[in-house]
Design a protein around this ligand. Structure first.
Ligand code: CA
Length: 243
């Protein structure tokens, strides 16, 4: 397969845009850039890229509107580029269909990790839904979704039904952030009270069972003000599943 993965960057800050373009080109991606929302949208519609990096603060349009427009016709992974102080904006972006976000300033390795995860989840949706049901494996934690079985270093972990739902949701989306609202509606249903307290209580219990030190979690990280992100499962097991 010689076709390069095509990434569109919509970002008006020249330094950030050229840093990302250089990093991605060096990694073998095909890159196109736009410095405002209108050009970005027309680039996306004309070339249908594999992934979009989107700054929310653009001179002519609100990035959230761009997400909304793209999501009416395409499920292309969108990673939002955001400033550190804009928690609420990140949550809105994720809940309106962005796949993930990256916070300025960021380095090349963080950028590449986010992109790999988003592409992997994007491909998974398009190609093989069964792939997402292969067991999750990372650093001694194994979740067998078929058997509803969780083991840590070979020892079975007993979770309540709700705790299991939360962990398996995060594991099936490992590497990506999940907002509080999206976890709550997935676990308790769309009409559940949009109150994080019950989720936090469950997470505290989950961490007591899963984490060696619940105060410094290794498997499930808190993204403050936004949600949770689970340690990405390891690609080795992915290869086995494909074979
Ligand atoms: Ca900007």
């Amino acid at each position: 397969m010689n076709t390069k993965t095509h990434i569109i960057i919509i970002e008006d800050e020249k330094n950030i845009c050229s840093f990302m373009a250089t990093t991605l080109t060096a990694q073998g991606y095909k890159v196109s850039t736009a410095s405002n929302g209108a050009n970005g949208l027309s680039l996306v519609t004309s070339s249908c890229p594999d992934l979009i990096l989107l700054d929310l603060g653009l001179p002519d349009m609100d990035g959230l509107d761009i997400i909304g427009k793209i999501r009416t016709w395409a499920s292309i992974p969108i990673i939002v580029i955001s400033a550190r102080t804009q928690e609420q904006e990140k949550v809105f972006a994720l809940d309106s269909g962005a796949d993930d976000y990256i916070t300025k300033p960021f380095g090349p390795s963080e950028l590449m990790a986010r992109i790999r995860t988003a592409l992997r989840h994007g491909n998974r949706l398009h190609t093989d839904s069964l792939l997402s049901l292969r067991p999750y494996r990372a650093d001694g934690l194994v979740i067998d979704f078929d058997k509803h079985l969780i083991t840590l270093q070979g020892n079975e972990i007993h979770l309540t039904q709700v705790e299991y739902k939360i962990v398996s949701l995060l594991a099936q989306n490992s590497g990506r952030v999940m907002t509080y609202a999206s976890i709550i509606s997935n676990v308790w249903g769309p009409y559940a009270d949009d109150n994080n307290r019950i989720l936090r209580v469950n997470m505290a219990n989950i961490r007591r069972k899963l984490e060696q030190n619940p105060a410094e979690p290794h498997y499930i990280f808190t993204e403050i003000g936004i949600g949770y992100r689970m340690l990405e499962d390891k690609p080795e097991s992915q290869c086995q599943a494909v074979l």
